[in-house]
Design a protein around this ligand. Structure first.
Ligand code: AMP
Length: 462
């Protein structure tokens, strides 16, 4: 199949060719015709499958007809993080270069002035994180009544970050006749309910997880003690041919300290995590993308979905607490047909997490035998085994209650909700409780999804 078979316009075909794509990925082959036909869509697909182009390309064709109006965006794309929002904007610019479309990026952490000005001038595409969008909406700077196309991207990530009430609120403000596309790596119950409530007779598409199916990524787990993690990392960085590598850690303090120590040792490294302001995050990413630094120490919240060409290695300094994050982390390498290597450090404290990863991915990750593991001197012990610091003030019991998956949190593990960065800090009591109607059991099998099922249960969203 070719892109021309999908009915894209000539201008788009030229842009796709310039991007170097010769044939559509499975998600693109399935989704593009549906979007063109103005159908609602549920697509179960992860980053790395080419899913961004699967909605951006047909949207450009759809939006090329029509006129923009001040403060009334014609389409809206919701993204869970600022980095993902920026990435989608870059995709729009790349594929839309032969079209006269205006886009505005509404993300937290940057000045609102320019964003408001762009809205005032009229935009075809608004790409936003829910928090900043809600903020501008509540200030009366934006009207959603002219928005005929909505994309909810990374819906399960939105759920993890506590954005679902905001998304419901936003959906209610859009015209009922709009077209809605929902993308999610997994389909947990609350996302099915969201889809049932806000999508109309959607087409259901599911494509394979790229990481589990991606034979281009060679995966290893590295048994190590907590004390030796830093030395083991240094050893691997020297013995492996690391052109560019991302080193993931579970805690922001680990990210900061690890980067500091790598720099002290002469490595060209940078850091990215949720405590940094947006300009610093963008600056670090830029250095990494331009090859000024070749190692990026990252937390999950800042790094999910990042599409950086030529990442040869991923190191999981800690095994991620949530197995989905493993798939996302290692998916930063082995992209676009390139080969990649992923090393996951497993200390005693990581044992449960790695078991969950292997269960999710359905594979036993081979053990990487380090030469002379015992001979590596354990220097910098203080940072290798950081003192347990409690970074949040919420009582542990309260944190456990709000954990979405019903799993007990470790003492030092942040709540998923604490990882949110883009929601405005609004006290809970300012939010009006809204009663929701949810279906009891939405269908879950792949194939055509024929809308809501009977049998409704009234629950309160907040
Ligand atoms: P995404 O899943 O949207 O994050 O895309 C993953 C990567 O695949 C990005 O680097 C895209 O530029 C690339 N990509 C998207 N579509 C294609 C295609 N048809 N052929 C090759 N690469 C693609």
């Amino acid at each position: 199949m070719t892109f021309a078979d999908l009915g894209l316009s000539d201008q788009l075909l030229r842009a796709v060719e310039a991007a170097g794509y010769t044939e559509p990925t499975p998600i693109q082959a399935q989704a593009i015709p549906q979007v063109h036909m103005m159908k609602d869509l549920i697509a179960v697909a992860q980053t790395g499958t080419g899913k961004t182009a699967s909605f951006v390309l047909p949207m450009i064709d759809i939006l090329s007809h029509g006129r923009r109006r001040a403060r009334m965006p014609r389409s809206l794309i919701l993204e869970p993080t600022r980095e993902l929002a920026m990435q989608v904007a870059e995709n729009f610019e790349k594929y839309g270069k032969n079209h006269d479309l205006k886009l505005a990026l509404l993300i937290g952490g940057v000045q609102m002035g320019d964003q408001v000005k762009a809205l005032d001038e009229g935009v075809d595409v608004l790409i936003a994180t829910p928090g900043r969008l809600m903020d501008l909406f509540e200030r009366g700077k934006i009207l959603l009544t002219g928005c005929e196309l909505l994309v909810i991207d990374e819906a399960d990530r939105m759920l993890d970050m506590g954005f679902i009430p905001d998304i419901e609120f936003i959906c209610e403000k859009l015209p009922g006749t709009r077209q809605t596309l929902l993308f999610s790596a997994t389909m947990p119950g609350p996302i099915k309910k969201l889809a049932d409530r806000f999508l109309s007779n959607p087409k259901y598409i599911e494509v394979a997880r790229p990481a589990t199916a991606n034979v281009n990524i060679t995966q290893f787990k590295v048994p190590v003690t907590t004390r030796r993690k830093r030395d083991t990392l240094r050893q691997l960085l020297r013995s492996e041919d690391v052109q560019t590598g991302i080193i993931f850690a579970n805690r922001k303090t680990t990210v900061r300290e690890l980067n500091k120590s790598l720099r002290r040792d002469g490595f060209a490294s940078g850091e990215i995590h949720g405590d940094m302001d947006q300009p610093s995050r963008m600056a670090e990413l830029d250095l990494f993308k331009r090859g000024k630094i070749n190692l990026l120490v990252a937390s999950d919240v800042a790094a999910r979905g990042l599409d950086i060409k030529g990442v040869s290695h991923v190191f999981n300094f800690d095994t991620p607490w949530h197995p989905d994050d493993y798939v996302h982390r290692i998916g930063r390498t082995g992209r676009a047909g390139a080969k990649g290597r992923a090393f996951t450090f497993v200390a005693d404290e990581d044992a449960e997490a790695i078991a969950n990863v292997e269960k999710l991915t359905g594979m036993q990750i081979p053990v990487y035998a380090l030469e002379d593991a015992e001979a590596i001197p354990a220097i910098d012990q203080e940072i290798a085994a950081p003192k347990q610091r409690v970074e949040r003030t919420a009582p542990a019991e309260q944190s456990r209650r709000s954990e979405p998956r019903g799993r007990r949190l470790r003492e030092d593990e942040p709540r998923r909700a604490d990882l949110r960065e883009d929601r405005p800090a609004r006290p809970l009591e300012e939010r009006e409780p809204r009663r929701r109607e949810y279906p009891v059991e939405p269908p879950s099998a792949p194939g055509e999804w024929n809308g809501p099922v009977p049998g409704f249960l009234a629950v309160s969203a907040l």
